[in-house]
Design a protein around this ligand. Structure first.
Ligand SMILES: C[S@@+](CC[C@H](N)C(=O)[O-])C[C@H]1O[C@@H](n2cnc3c(N)ncnc32)[C@H](O)[C@@H]1O
Length: 263
């Protein structure tokens, strides 16, 4: 971050009283149902911690950025960020919010399946709670596009649902194990995900993101009602045990797929 950005970030932190009215509504669609109770009640922006090491000025594309929480998280970690979303309203809000925070981020209107960038444009590509909503054919297109715009040796990091997660199974049972239509979540098995990412991008590893839901972030703890707090804490505990007993990974609801782009 430049000195100017650091100064503006401090000023913003001291004076974060007005939340953007578009984000105040969009928040409900940002993270499954996890933020529904915040619609119209947002007092501060929930900015999570991105699971990447410091950017050191490297570039990052955030696909399906909405009002920009992950783009902001990445910029704060010193990535040069471009956020992309098909919703003009969302990217306008993202622009206003990041500017108010004093962060320099570019936002582009576009579709994950047809990225408007030259091949090998970015060091890193990130996406959270987006590709899970695509049909499997569209998801394959989008992952192919992620690979195309990533530089050789770059990293593609994507959050995806695991079909055999405890809560995924509950949701699937509720909808009669149907594949899903429209923007409904599509559930992938871990071998399917590993095949998709390793064939399109390169060597791939999966890691647990969370249990008991798709978007549980410890950084959101103070914004959550008691029952969600309980699940966040329980998920963090299971994540701890999953490091020692990898078999638990199989029942995590949400995973990160991390691939290294090879030529
Ligand atoms: C559940 S929100 C997640 C937003 C953001 N990634 C986050 O976690 O805060 C899904 C986002 O995907 C975007 N989206 C929908 N279709 C898309 C597409 N074809 N390409 C890229 N983004 C898309 C939506 O506009 C929406 O902002």
């Amino acid at each position: 971050m430049s000195e100017d950005e650091k100064r503006l970030a401090v000023e913003f932190a001291q004076n974060e009283s007005h939340v953007d009215p578009v984000a105040a509504v969009l928040i409900g669609a940002t993270n499954g149902i996890a933020y529904k109770h915040l619609i119209g009640r947002l007092r501060e922006y929930p900015i999570p911690k991105i699971r990447l090491s410091d950017g050191g000025g490297r570039t990052l594309l955030d696909i399906g950025c909405s009002w920009g929480r992950w783009s902001i998280a990445a910029r704060r970690k010193d990535y040069r960020v471009v956020g992309l979303d098909p919703s003009l309203g969302a990217i306008m809000a993202a622009r206003r919010i990041s500017r108010k925070m004093g962060l320099s981020i570019d936002f582009v209107c576009g579709d994950a399946r047809y990225l408007p960038f030259a091949s090998h444009s970015f060091d890193n590509v990130f996406s959270y709670s987006v590709i899970q909503h695509f049909s499997k054919v569209d998801a394959a297109h989008a992952v192919g596009e992620m690979s195309r715009v990533t530089k050789d040796g770059g990293i593609v990091l994507v959050q995806m649902p695991n079909r055999y997660g405890l809560r995924s199974q509950m949701h699937l049972a509720k909808r009669g194990y149907s594949e899903g239509t429209g923007f409904e979540v599509r559930y992938w098995t871990l071998p399917e995900l590993e095949r998709l990412f390793s064939q399109a991008v390169g060597p791939t590893e999966s890691s647990v993101h969370c249990f008991f839901g798709l978007g549980l972030e410890p950084s959101d703890l103070r914004l959550m009602p008691p029952h969600t707090k309980f699940f966040i804490v329980a998920s963090e505990m299971l994540k701890y045990f999953a490091k020692r007993a990898p078999v638990l990974r199989r029942v995590a609801d949400s995973v990160y797929m991390r691939s290294i782009k090879i030529a």
